[in-house]
Design a protein around this ligand. Structure first.
Ligand code: PEP
Length: 255
């Protein structure tokens, strides 16, 4: 499938940054800079910022996402947030399985899968993150790791539901480190992910999935990364907190 037919998506992952008033201020800077974007633009913000972020982006082309969600509709899960809570606020996307959740909060492929299915059932669009650790790459098992994550994280996700899934390839060694995968490395793994999707579903279904690269993407390297045929967008951490840098990445994706 022609890459131009897939939806290009640039999503910011704000992580644990910005209070609600700071979120409003940053979005007020971002929205005019990306108003002519020819791609989907999303800001995934901390839970407590969501209401302010929805308000600040009303009537603009910037959509708001969350950084996680629980799989249960409600119940005794102290500190968690349900899909229904996010939907009611107007959230459209949700980042799931981010490597920081996997590394620091015990997230597993099983829980990523439960969250993914719950998000889809609620009408949210999950951005499912996969990626290898540095030593896994050095041991030459990147493909094994990615294949396992894709299979388990998307277990029981139907072909129809897959239309609402975004995959983010985020090599863990490149996140927040300033070390970016080369454009060829990013393309190689994104193409591998698409091949896995084709195996699990079929080629047409795989061709329709937006696959992002994430890991120190910035205004200086976005052009080259996004020029690759299987890199359909970016999940951006650090650079999404600086309006001009984020807008430059959006511009690169709009070409
Ligand atoms: C991320 O948090 O998903 C990410 C890619 O971070 P950074 O761009 O800072 O490496």
């Amino acid at each position: 499938m022609d890459k131009a037919k897939r939806k290009a998506i640039i999503a910011g992952n704000w992580k644990m940054n910005k209070t609600p008033s700071e979120a409003t201020a940053l979005l007020n800077q971002i929205t005019p800079l990306v108003s002519d974007a020819d791609c989907e633009v999303i800001a995934c913000v901390p839970y407590v910022d969501i209401a302010a972020a929805i308000e600040a982006t009303k009537g603009t082309n910037v959509k708001i996402g969350a950084e996680n969600c629980h799989w249960a509709e409600s119940g005794a899960f102290t500190g968690e947030i349900s899909t229904g809570m996010l939907k009611e606020l107007g959230v459209e996307y949700v980042v799931l399985g981010h490597s920081e959740r996997r590394q620091y909060f015990g997230e597993t492929d099983e829980t990523v899968n439960k969250r993914t299915k719950a998000a889809l059932a609620a009408g949210l669009k999950p951005i499912v993150c996969v990626g290898e650790l540095l030593w896994e790459r050095e041991c030459d098992i990147t493909e094994e790791v990615i294949a396992r994550q894709i299979k388990l994280d998307l277990w029981d996700v139907t072909e129809d539901e897959l239309k609402n899934v975004v995959i983010a390839y985020e090599p863990v060694w490149a996140i927040g480190t300033g070390k970016t995968a080369t454009a060829d490395q990013a393309e190689e793994v994104c193409a591998f992910i698409r091949a896995q999707l084709a195996k699990l579903y079929n080629q047409a279904a795989a061709d329709g999935v937006t696959i992002q690269y994430g890991g120190s993407m910035n205004d200086g390297n976005a052009d080259e990364l996004l020029s690759k045929v299987n890199v359909d967008g970016g999940l951006i951490g650090g650079a999404s907190l600086v309006a001009e840098k984020f807008a430059a990445i959006v511009k690169a994706a709009s070409k």
